[in-house]
Design a protein around this ligand. Structure first.
Ligand SMILES: CC(=O)Nc1ccn([C@@H]2O[C@H](CO)[C@@H](O)[C@H]2O)c(=O)n1
Length: 104
């Protein structure tokens, strides 16, 4: 089954809806998004629809390889990004970078 929705922490959804955030880093449970497909964005906490995005790519990304390049596309400071990821995916080296663009 190709996924047709994705959730983000509510406090990050303005960055997605404005087009400032163009990647998200997830674990293997969310690596089944398919480039070219359109996906609905919801808030994790309250399941409010936020916007639609088109998936551009899904690539493996080791935690230790996360750098300023990723932070810029996340629209977050690098230390904050790594802290968030460590909280959500404790002790996970094997992650995936999902890049996307806002559907206008
Ligand atoms: C089930 C669920 O919604 N999980 C997640 C997981 C991650 N993220 C954000 O993606 C970026 C890379 O991890 C960071 O900005 C995170 O804060 C999110 O918003 N929601």
């Amino acid at each position: 089954m190709i996924p047709t929705s994705i959730t983000f922490f509510e406090y990050l959804t303005p960055l997605v809806a404005s087009g400032a955030k163009t990647i998200t880093i997830r674990d293997a449970s969310e690596n089944h998004y398919v480039p070219g497909t359109q996906v609905e964005v919801f808030t994790l906490e309250t399941h409010q629809k936020v916007c639609d995005i088109t998936i551009l790519s899904v690539e493996p990304l080791a935690f230790d390889d996360i750098n300023e390049f990723h932070a810029e596309q996340e629209s977050l400071p690098l230390d904050e990004l790594k802290q968030i990821i460590q909280q959500v995916y404790p002790n996970q080296q094997s992650l995936f970078m999902i890049s996307f663009e806002l559907v206008k």
